[in-house]
Design a protein around this ligand. Structure first.
Ligand SMILES: O=P(O)(O)OC[C@H]1O[C@](O)(CO)[C@@H](O)[C@@H]1O
Length: 187
């Protein structure tokens, strides 16, 4: 019997660019991140159209048992002394985990569980991050290049941003040319 082949999607491991495949795209700008950065005045004075991150997702089926695959490209930058980061979220279906694979650049994955336990994992080309269920996650670019990470997660996991309306309990800032953690009171 003659085998039939269907072409799978293709990702460039060096840049995280998908090619030859239908994509869904979402751009998040500073204007979309009201209340996310600590330095409100710095945020107000920055260019609201500045792109903070782009997410490109494969246009694949959703529903129970299906998986989403996407690449986040997080640009370098700061608001005040705080590094550019994704909004961050718990999954609406809390038990759902996620896997991140670092592709390029350097940064951190900030993890916060429902008890407020905090953890940081360095993200770099080749890093693998198992985000357990019940754990909020945020990507932070502490470098000078684009930070790109591939993620795979359950299509029905959903996003719960409201649970983190008060923000994460740690902020990642640059102080004295070094990456530092600032603990947030009542964060
Ligand atoms: O939804 P947020 O917090 O803006 O961040 C987007 C992130 O969420 C995901 O879409 C899925 O968790 C990632 O691909 C991406 O990094």
């Amino acid at each position: 019997m003659k085998p039939t082949f269907s072409q799978p999607p293709h990702v460039d491991w060096l840049t995280g660019a998908f090619s030859r495949t239908p994509l869904l795209r979402k751009t998040t700008r500073l204007a979309d991140l009201s209340g996310v950065f600590a330095d409100v005045s710095g945020w107000r004075h920055a260019d609201p159209q500045q792109v903070v991150y782009d997410v490109e997702m494969l246009d694949t089926p959703s529903g129970s048992g299906e998986l989403f695959t996407g690449v986040t490209h997080l640009y370098p930058g700061k608001v005040g002394d705080e590094y550019f980061m994704t909004r961050g979220h718990f999954h609406a279906l809390r038990e759902q985990g996620e896997v991140y694979f670092g592709l390029r650049g350097s940064g951190l994955l900030l993890l916060q569980d429902e008890q407020g336990e905090m953890r940081l994992e360095p993200v770099f080309a080749g890093s693998v991050h198992i985000i357990p269920g019940f754990t909020a996650h945020r990507l932070i670019n502490t470098g000078t290049e684009i930070l790109s990470a591939l993620a795979v997660w359950s299509s029905n996991a959903g996003h719960d941003y409201a649970a983190l309306a008060g923000g994460f309990a740690w902020r990642v800032v640059e102080e004295d040319h070094q990456v530092q953690i600032r603990e947030v009171q009542n964060g």
